[in-house]
Design a protein around this ligand. Sequence first.
Ligand code: NAD
Length: 288
Amino acid sequence: MSIPNEIKIGILGAGGKMGMRIGANLKKLSNEIFYIENAEAGIKRLDEIGIEVSAPTAVMGQLDFLILAVPDLYINKITTEVVPDMKSDAIVLLLDPAAAYMDQVCIREDLHYTVIHPCHPALFKDQPTLEGYHDHFGGISGLQDIVSTHWKGTRDKYELACDVVREMFAPVDQIFEITLKQMAFLEPSVVEVCGLSLVSVFKELVEEMDKRGIPKEAGMSFLLGHIKIELAILLLGSNPASDAAMIAMDYGKDKIIKADWKKVLTDESLNEVLAKMLKLDKNSAQAP
Ligand SMILES: NC(=O)c1ccc[n+]([C@@H]2O[C@H](COP(=O)([O-])OP(=O)(O)OC[C@H]3O[C@@H](n4cnc5c(N)ncnc54)[C@H](O)[C@@H]3O)[C@@H](O)[C@H]2O)c1
């Protein structure tokens, strides 16, 4: 499927981190794009690249496709404000599963909802260009995959949403369709609760190397090279580690990791961390 020319696309939060990235790619399409942003800093960033901001009240009723590039924390309040003004049969695209999983999105039965999240260019993915290897986030030249959920609405609109997503995050390799709950398990449970917290330990290791006077370049090269081969050994089975290295690994795991760490992978833990992230415990997330 290709994107029909008449489809009007709106980016809500166009001056934010994702909005700026997505806008730069969607600008290449022949479709009419509306950039919606309410913060002074965001409006200035858009102005610097020659983009004029639209008022939501002026455009919401015309849009066929609305991208929610706003903080997850405010999605409840923002969608409650804008979704009632949308035209029937339009598509709403969410860039993160948190708000959808926690029932924070204003739903209309006559709209279509897709949730996606970029995988970012994966460590061992072959990149067709050298620039691709340097685009760590993706969306510029780094080939990446996307995970997506056909959340609500018709299948053809979900497929159209995937076509737009290919342009938003280009170059895109595969779009993997998974459930909303699986996506919420991946983010935050897998990549933030577990992944980012473990990587924060690597960051502290860098500080520890520094304290011991290890030259930064040498320490970083040693650490990053070893992280790469250790991932290849344990996740890809590329070649076996030495017996002594496996003894050191078990020693470290026993000292560093709590025996019951997999509790963070339960539904209860997912609800708990998402409630914290969306500040639902305080029930007071006010959009700026
Ligand atoms: N930043 C990332 O690395 C990343 C990666 C993947 C997915 N996401 C998802 O993308 C979405 C946006 O995140 P972000 O990091 O770009 O947020 P951000 O805070 O960088 O940008 C959000 C923008 O929305 C604007 N905004 C807020 N309320 C608004 C309103 N009522 N009307 C118009 N504009 C409004 C803000 O001024 C800001 O410019 C979230 O769902 C997030 O989970 C972010």
